[in-house]
Ligand binder design. Structure first.
Ligand code: SAM
Ligand code: SF4
Length: 326
């Protein structure tokens, strides 16, 4: 069975937010002053597992755990252990800011997690504080070292904001090349608390020019899938690769395969969706698997064509990124 929308897009990728809480306050993601959900409003690990058990037979095979900061959720490794054996789930990833990874990485690896995306925009202490309104760079770097030693496949995510990334792209690229991490830039999207302007986006072609000039020539990766969200490039000297998620300059809506479950049990068919549908009550009742499956199917069927970031029709969602799940 497949989850297919009215534009023929097949959905097999589920992003699960496990909390809206965060130990950073990245300016592009969330406001400084924020009221978090009460803990009782969050789905339990068992409820998340029930959702995945329903979604997998509908064709979902890939899961990403995110937030807020997912490692602020106590014992996240226990959720990983519940999800890994679900039939049909072939790929589980985690996106984290890395602050709390050190100390949890071994338990996560032991639970069956093999892939990590660690968000890190800069290797400069001052800019780290400016962007995230908190300290913590040393903890992130120590976490990366530990995760690397444990054998995780690691990608580094950096948001490309003009005025910042020009200073950081090259040091990040060199750091990733030295450590065997794949670097991924994400064009700055209008989903945070601050006023967004297109001019603040450092775009994919500018990133490529900068890296080719300062690091090494790049060529499209041979296994690059043009329908995938990230454009993939290999360095000509074969020392690593770079991905760019160009949501602004090259939106991937036409081939979007993602659905989302928020920490408070809402299903969303797009990061930028205005409507979401509640499944928490169903997840908290017995014998509701069929109704949950119907809800997911209907939500996917009703998906819009795309987010319209580049048109005057664009309307920002009421929730900011941390509360939806990145
Ligand atoms: N706290 C975790 C982290 O930072 O990795 C997981 C949640 S975070 C919302 C997921 C991803 O969204 C991060 O890589 C972050 O950089 C990215 N992100 C947040 N706001 C963004 C924005 N306005 N534009 C582009 N990416 C953004
Ligand atoms: Fe927290 Fe991640 Fe948002 Fe930064 S990007 S504020 S680390 S949720």
């Amino acid at each position: 069975m497949t989850l297919i929308d009215s534009f023929g897009r097949v959905h097999d990728n589920l992003r699960i937010s496990v909390t809206d809480r965060c130990n950073l306050r990245c300016t592009y993601c969330m406001p400084e002053d924020v009221t978090f959900l009460d803990r009782g409003e969050l789905l339990t690990f068992e409820e998340i597992t029930k959702f995945v058990r329903v979604a997998a037979p509908l064709g979902v095979n890939k899961i990403r755990l995110t937030g807020g900061e997912p490692l602020m959720r106590k014992d996240l490794h226990k959720l990983v252990r519940l999800l890994v054996p679900i039939p049909g789930i072939t790929d589980i990833g985690l996106t984290t800011n890395g602050l709390l990874l050190k100390g949890q990485a071994a338990a996560l690896r032991d639970a069956g997690l093999t892939r990590l995306n660690v968000s890190l925009d800069t290797l400069d202490t001052g800019r780290f504080r400016e962007l995230s309104r908190r300290d913590g760079l040393d903890d992130v770097l120590a976490s990366l070292e530990e995760a690397k030693a444990l054998g995780f496949a690691i990608k580094l995510n950096a948001v490309a904001i003009r005025g910042f990334i020009e200073h950081d792209a090259v040091p990040l690229a060199n750091y990733c090349r030295e450590n065997g991490f794949e670097l991924r830039f994400i064009e700055y999207m209008p989903i945070g608390a601050e006023a967004w302007e297109r001019e603040k986006c450092f775009l994919a072609h500018e990133l490529l020019e900068l890296l080719e000039r300062e690091v090494s020539p790049l060529a499209p990766s041979p296994d690059y899938d043009p329908r995938a969200p990230a454009m993939e490039f290999d360095y000509a000297d074969r020392r690593g690769s770079v991905g760019i998620i160009a949501s602004v300059s090259r939106p991937f809506c036409k081939s979007c395969n993602r659905i989302r479950l928020t920490a408070d049990g809402k299903v969303r068919n797009c990061l930028f969706a205005h409507d979401e549908v509640d499944v928490k009550a169903l997840l908290r009742s017995e014998g509701t698997e069929g109704a949950i499956a119907d809800t997911i199917r209907r939500n996917v069927a009703a998906k819009w064509e795309g987010h319209e970031i580049n048109s005057a029709k664009f309307v920002k969602p009421t929730r900011t990124m941390h509360a939806i799940g990145g």
